[in-house]
Design a protein around this ligand. Structure first.
Ligand SMILES: [Zn+2]
Length: 307
């Protein structure tokens, strides 16, 4: 059955000098409003032992805009300011539910500069996105197409530490399962390739992962991991929901299964398989590429787990 899911599409964009100035100012106001509201909530909590609601924070924001010192808050769109108060509200909800620590201040240096716009904060026309307080659309690099007829419901603009600009469009999409097939594929998460398929195809690491990897410390490099544990968890999470979307079954094999040490032809277990060995010959005569053999073993193991 088709299901409705929200999907995020992330793109680079190149702001004009005016847009960049407006966005930098908006990021600054978002940070200020978040920090001031956090300060106020902390004061109310520690001194008066009471919680502060979103509505109360929102009313305080209206008050701040009327003071001469904070009148500049009116120069940016009010939508990202309201959104940051909602984020703070969610952060407190998580804190009280013991899902997260106490919210911390946003730092100009350490926090990601971003602003979130809901439907009233942007215009979407003929595939062009114009943010509130701007009169020209953003020059987005459409590295992949948005699904036909998709209308973003939320737009988040950010700038990373390297000064690159990104926009994330949240769109609702109808996902239909694919027709059933008999085929299965074994996957082995590896070192040289991100994934190796049992048919021999390899999927390389995305470029940004490689860049991150270069900046990893020596100690982490000694773990000999191509991508971080967080990266693997994310990959697993994506495989899980995507297989569910498309009507496919994902079978996860125990991490201690010796996929590299088994011969996928005769089943003989090798005593050792150092990481430096990329190709090997089994006593049965089979010649193996280390990772393709591991992926074929995963396919066999998953088949057994299934039956
Ligand atoms: Zn063998």
């Amino acid at each position: 059955m088709a299901q409705l899911v929200k999907r995020a599409y992330k793109y680079r964009f190149h702001p004009t000098p005016e847009q960049a100035e407006q966005l930098v100012r908006t990021f600054g106001c978002v940070r200020l409003v978040y920090n001031k509201a956090l300060e106020e909530r902390t004061r109310a909590y520690t001194l008066e032992g009471r919680g502060v609601s979103y509505t109360e924070s929102s009313a305080a924001l209206t008050g701040w805009k009327k003071t001469p010192e904070l009148a500049f808050l009116c120069e940016v769109s009010s939508v990202p300011l309201q959104q940051t108060l909602r984020h703070l509200q969610a952060a407190f909800a998580n804190f009280f539910a013991k899902r997260a620590g106490y919210p911390t201040f946003k730092s100009r240096k350490r926090s990601r500069a971003s602003a979130e716009y809901t439907r009233s904060g942007f215009r979407w026309r003929d595939g062009r996105l114009t943010l509130a307080k701007m009169d020209t659309p953003l020059d987005i690099v459409w590295s992949r197409p948005l699904p036909g007829g998709a209308e973003p419901s939320t737009v988040t603009v950010s700038r990373d530490a390297a000064g690159r600009w990104f926009v994330v469009l949240l769109v609702e999409e109808k996902i239909a399962p694919l027709p059933p097939v008999e085929q299965s594929t074994g996957l082995d998460a590896g070192l040289t390739a991100l994934l190796t398929l049992s048919c021999g195809e390899q999927i390389a690491n995305p470029r940004h992962e490689r860049r991150e990897r270069r900046s990893l410390t020596k100690a982490q490099r000694a773990l000999a991991r191509a991508i971080s544990d967080a990266g693997w968890r994310e990959l697993r999470r994506m495989l899980e929901y995507k297989t569910a979307w498309y009507g496919r079954t994902l079978v996860v094999v125990d991490r201690f299964f010796p996929s590299s040490k088994l011969c996928s032809v005769c089943g003989a277990l090798q005593e050792e398989m150092p990481l430096s060995v990329r190709e090997w010959v089994c006593a049965c005569g089979a010649v193996h590429d280390r990772e393709v053999n591991a992926a074929q073993n995963m396919l066999l193991a998953a088949g057994l787990a299934e039956s």
